[in-house]
Ligand binder design. Structure first.
Ligand code: SF4
Ligand code: SF4
Length: 381
């Protein structure tokens, strides 16, 4: 059976325009689900921290409200918004966004995930167990609300990557440690979550996306679209190439594992400039040349993009050190100091820095190679 991926244009977060666009991507999903009347729906948005209006680190508040409204109007018996952001709680972020009262008035609940239970992952999984938010089991459907953002480790955060938020904060650090710099293994873990959570509704907020130093400190970029599908992996596979990413690891591994179903794109498919990528992990690093393990480790340490501090932005809050899974980052004299030989390049420090003081940089040689690669892929398009 072919899955539909639907695109619609939205020039802004103006409520009327956004609602019309979201309806277009919602209708095929509603039909595919058999309807939500009398059923319960859990919305899982990507929430990081809300620093200013239209902050591209999060799914936009208008997007959250209008998606929730679609389910309410379609007759869902219960609609809830839940997430477990690393620093502030989901209710606190929704208050910061100024939509908590509006959600209450619509009868939409919101809360932090709190009930984590060990879960056996499906038979086809690479990993067998994970501790996941059990609240999802109280609902008939999960709706995945993802933001279009670049991501230092995975290149892009789209619908499949957003499911990492079902893992508890402490476990997230442990998973980064477990997969270390094997990004394909991390992609496999995300795919295992996708198989387990099976979000029946999936939406992408690509009105104002993020490029560059994502997922926490990138640059807003207007892309002007929303997209949706009843299959998260198909949605990512259809969207990533439009953003200039033909090699998204979750999609590559999904294909290799036979998980990517046939899909067809409909609606107003956007023509976009490729997003500015974060400094790449590198052509010659993880999934490029097949080097002997010892040499690969040396190359990784020398060539992988590495976290760097912009001391002028750093206020010495220490959050980056607390979020560092292997504790390779310490605060010394009020500023972070990186021990790069122990750094697993998970981007947690960069993602959570409230001041955007950490960015990932690679050396000039690799930047030149990457620029050449982008140029060649453009010419060969
Ligand atoms: S989280 Fe950012 S501002 Fe805080 S100490 Fe680390 S680099 Fe500095
Ligand atoms: S220094 Fe940053 S990128 Fe390196 S392991 Fe720690 S949190 Fe991850």
């Amino acid at each position: 059976m072919s899955i539909t991926v639907t695109f619609a244009r939205a020039k802004s977060y103006d409520r009327d325009e956004l609602r019309a666009a979201l309806k277009k991507v919602f209708s095929p999903q509603l039909e595919a689900s058999g309807g939500v009347s009398g059923r319960s729906v859990l919305l899982k948005p990507n929430l990081l921290a809300w620093k200013h209006p239209n902050d591209p680190t999060c799914v936009n508040p208008a997007f959250i409200v209008e998606t929730a409204r679609l389910f309410v109007e379609a007759g869902a018996s219960r609609v809830a918004v839940m997430e477990n952001p690393a620093v502030r709680s989901a209710p606190a972020i929704l208050e910061d966004m100024g939509i908590a009262e509006e959600l209450r008035q619509m009868g939409v609940e919101f809360a932090n995930f709190a009930d984590y239970r060990d879960c056996r992952l499906p038979e086809s999984a690479v990993f067998k167990n994970a501790e996941l938010a059990a609240e999802r089991l109280d609902f008939d459907f999960v709706a995945d609300l993802a933001k279009v953002k670049t991501h230092g480790m995975m290149t892009l955060t789209l619908a499949v990557k957003n499911l990492f938020g079902f893992i508890s904060g402490g476990e997230r650090l442990a998973w980064h440690l477990k997969v270390r710099r094997d990004f394909a293994l991390f992609a496999d873990f995300l795919l295992d979550l996708y198989l387990e959570v099976k979000p029946r509704f999936n939406f992408l907020d690509g009105v104002i996306a993020m490029e560059g130093n994502g997922p926490g400190s990138g640059t807003p970029v207007f892309c002007g679209f929303v997209a949706g599908s009843s299959d998260a992996l198909a949605l990512d596979a259809a969207t990533a190439p439009l953003l200039g990413v033909d090699d998204l690891l979750t999609v590559t591994r999904g294909k290799e594992r036979g998980l990517l179903c046939d899909f067809a794109c409909t609606g107003d498919i956007p023509r976009l400039q490729p997003l500015v990528r974060p400094d790449p992990p590198g052509l010659i690093s993880q999934w490029g040349l097949d080097l002997p393990p010892g040499l690969r480790e040396i190359m990784r340490n020398r060539l992988l993009a590495r976290p760097e501090l912009d001391a002028s932005k750093c206020v010495g809050c220490g959050l980056c050190a607390r979020m560092c899974p292997p504790q390779s980052l310490k605060i010394v004299d009020g500023k972070p100091k990186f021990k790069l030989t122990e750094c697993i390049r998970c981007c947690c420090c960069q993602e959570h820095c409230p001041r955007g003081a950490i960015r990932f940089r690679t050396n000039r040689f690799l930047r030149a190679i990457e620029a050449l690669r982008v140029l060649l892929s453009e010419l060969l398009r």
